[in-house]
Design a protein around this ligand. Structure first.
Ligand code: ATP
Ligand code: MG
Length: 216
């Protein structure tokens, strides 16, 4: 039975609690000690639930907050404005030169269902991938965000092993965040951290329209 608050206050309970916390702290400290020092990590955010791109941008803003420069490639999206990129633009953080806080490229072919045909989409994907390759070779970028990259592999616009090789060969301290549904096995194998966001419920299915500031 769960003890009442009053019972929890007795000395024995408090001592046992302090001991448990101390043990936990020792375990966490040991794990931190064992973990390797500064090393770039590949984070993969996949699954059918909402929260992949927004989480990835949260991480990009974190990197900027620590004074890092970042690279951003938006695959698929880009014709429609979205709050996360508009904000960077408004803050004067976005650009293409070596001095931009966020080096940026948008594939700008629109959503998958607005396809301009496979060949045109592939050509746009190749150009976006060239931009991504530059970023993945640039040690001055602390973080590179490849938003919706998974679709490029799913539709065969980019070669999965080329993508994996460029990510593996990046500067050692650079972090990479990849988003998109249906991540292929090669990305799942490559990533150090994988979060699969489940689609437990989404307002859209209850008839609520996508909202500015929440969904784009
Ligand atoms: P977000 O950008 O909100 O973090 P996401 O990156 O996880 O979403 P995508 O698969 O890229 O999701 O979907 C793009 C758009 O569809 C976004 O506007 C997003 O809010 C919306 N969306 C995401 N998941 C769902 C869902 N399960 N049902 C309907 N719409 C969704
Ligand atoms: Mg997304």
């Amino acid at each position: 039975m769960v003890p009442l608050i009053a019972e929890r206050m007795d000395d024995q309970f408090q001592q046992a609690h302090a001991q448990r916390m101390q043990q936990k702290k020792a375990q966490v400290d040991a794990a931190v000690e064992r973990s390797r020092a500064l090393q770039g990590v590949v984070v993969l955010l996949t699954g059918h639930g909402k929260g992949k791109t927004t989480s990835a941008f949260g991480t990009l803003y974190r990197a900027l907050g620590h004074g890092q420069r970042a690279g951003l490639v938006q695959f698929i999206t880009g014709t429609q404005s979205n709050g996360e990129v508009t904000f960077l633009l408004q803050q004067g953080l976005l650009g293409q030169g070596a001095f931009a806080r966020v080096a940026y490229h948008a594939m700008a072919t629109g959503c998958t269902w607005n396809s301009q045909g496979w060949a045109a989409d592939k050509a746009a994907a190749d150009i976006a991938w060239q931009a991504a390759q530059h970023m993945l070779a640039d040690a001055s970028l602390g973080l590179v965000l490849l938003d919706e990259l998974t679709f490029m592999l799913e539709y065969g616009y980019l070669d999965a092993s080329d993508v994996a090789a460029a990510i593996r060969a990046r500067p050692p301290a650079q972090n990479v965040v990849i988003t998109g549904r249906n991540a292929p096995p090669v990305l799942l194998a490559l990533a150090d951290t994988v979060s699969e966001i489940a689609d437990t419920r989404h307002a859209f299915r209850a008839g609520i329209k996508a909202q500015a500031g929440l969904d784009f």
